[in-house]
Design a protein around this ligand. Structure first.
Ligand code: SF4
Length: 331
């Protein structure tokens, strides 16, 4: 499968009816204005110039409740992207939105465009967590949106979070299990990070919210990632995506610029820890097995991992983890 190239376009808080406790899209993205056609062209050209291949390009609208915006605005951006698709410059459209803004009317609009993926911000399958996080939707909205997308064969992905107010490991594991029952094509999962100018920041300053530690977050996300990848769904991102100076907006919580690498390192650690026999691994996978800052060096020595040239992964008895699936995460 060839690499996908994404052109991200930020529409901070467009269509959002409430402010989720963890969210300040201005803090998270640094963009305050909605782009017009002229700006869209500039963004499009700039990203295109970065890409080494131009034949697998997708336009993605993030930072908003895309389908919660006025219909005219939704069509404005979809029309722009569809033109790029019709001209052969892009292959599909992605956007993030909130479950309560997926309804029959919206589905009818979406059917006129080449929608590649709807990223549905579910965050948790627990009502209390949704309420405490000031999410604009309840569980009924979540299941209804999923049903509508499934029935209309529109590809979608689900977005989950760990460490939200009122959440815990059991609730999050349940959310992952509910996710696996759906036809979601992808899953995005990241821990709750306290950003400047958010409700969470105020709760944190008052001592009413205690974020997960980095270690806790990595361990949870790696465990959930294994569950998700083993089911055949794809995790498209671990960790919060912040750009440039926006990292300074992190007040507290498990933010790390290499969060994804830490998660992958932990996945490999768990894999190796479960091995019962000698394993031969292709030498090209050695950096991934060693992991972030060679954190897995010790366990690799302890567990008879042999790196060899031109070897497919060979293994004997093993518990739980599926090397073939894990290879897909790593490569
Ligand atoms: S719906 Fe999405 S963009 Fe809007 S406030 Fe909540 S997390 Fe932020």
């Amino acid at each position: 499968m060839s690499k996908e190239y994404i052109i991200p376009i930020f529409l901070p808080h467009g269509g959002c009816k409430k402010r989720c406790v963890f969210c300040n899209e201005y803090s998270a993205t640094g963009f305050g204005e909605f782009p017009k056609y002229r700006d869209l062209d500039k963004i499009f050209e700039r990203y295109l110039s970065y890409f080494s291949e131009k034949n697998n390009v997708y336009m993605a609208y993030y930072g908003s409740t895309f389908t919660g915006m006025e219909k005219e605005k939704i069509k404005y951006y979809l029309d722009y992207s569809q033109n790029k698709i019709n001209e052969g410059y892009a292959k599909g459209i992605r956007f993030s939105t909130s479950p309560e803004e997926i309804n029959e009317e919206i589905i009818d609009i979406l059917k006129n465009y080449d929608i590649d993926l709807v990223e549905l911000g579910v965050q948790s399958f627990n009502s209390e967590v949704l309420e405490k996080s000031n999410r604009p939707h309840d569980l009924e909205n979540v299941y209804k949106a999923i049903k509508l997308l499934e029935e209309n064969e529109i590809y979608f992905g689900l977005h989950l979070m760990t460490g939200l107010p009122g959440s815990n490991y059991e609730i999050e594991a349940y959310s992952v299990k509910e996710t696996l029952k759906t036809k979601a094509k992808t899953v995005r999962i990241h821990p709750s990070v306290v950003l400047k100018n958010t409700i969470l920041e105020k709760l944190y300053q008052k001592g009413e919210f205690i974020p997960e530690t980095l270690d806790e977050a990595v361990k949870k996300v790696s465990e959930f990632a294994i569950m998700i990848e083993k089911s055949g769904k794809k995790v498209i991102r671990y960790g919060l995506c912040l750009y440039g100076d926006q990292i300074r907006n992190v007040v507290a919580g498990p933010y790390h610029q290499s969060f994804g690498d830490l998660v992958k390192t932990d996945i490999i650690y768990k894999l190796i820890d479960n091995l019962e026999e000698e394993v031969k691994v292709p030498i090209k996978l050695k950096p991934q097995f060693l992991g972030y800052k060679k954190r897995n060096e010790e366990i690799i020595k302890d567990k008879s991992i042999i790196f060899e040239d031109r070897v497919d992964i060979e293994y004997g008895r093993r518990k739980g983890l599926d090397l073939e699936k894990l290879k897909k995460i790593l490569l």
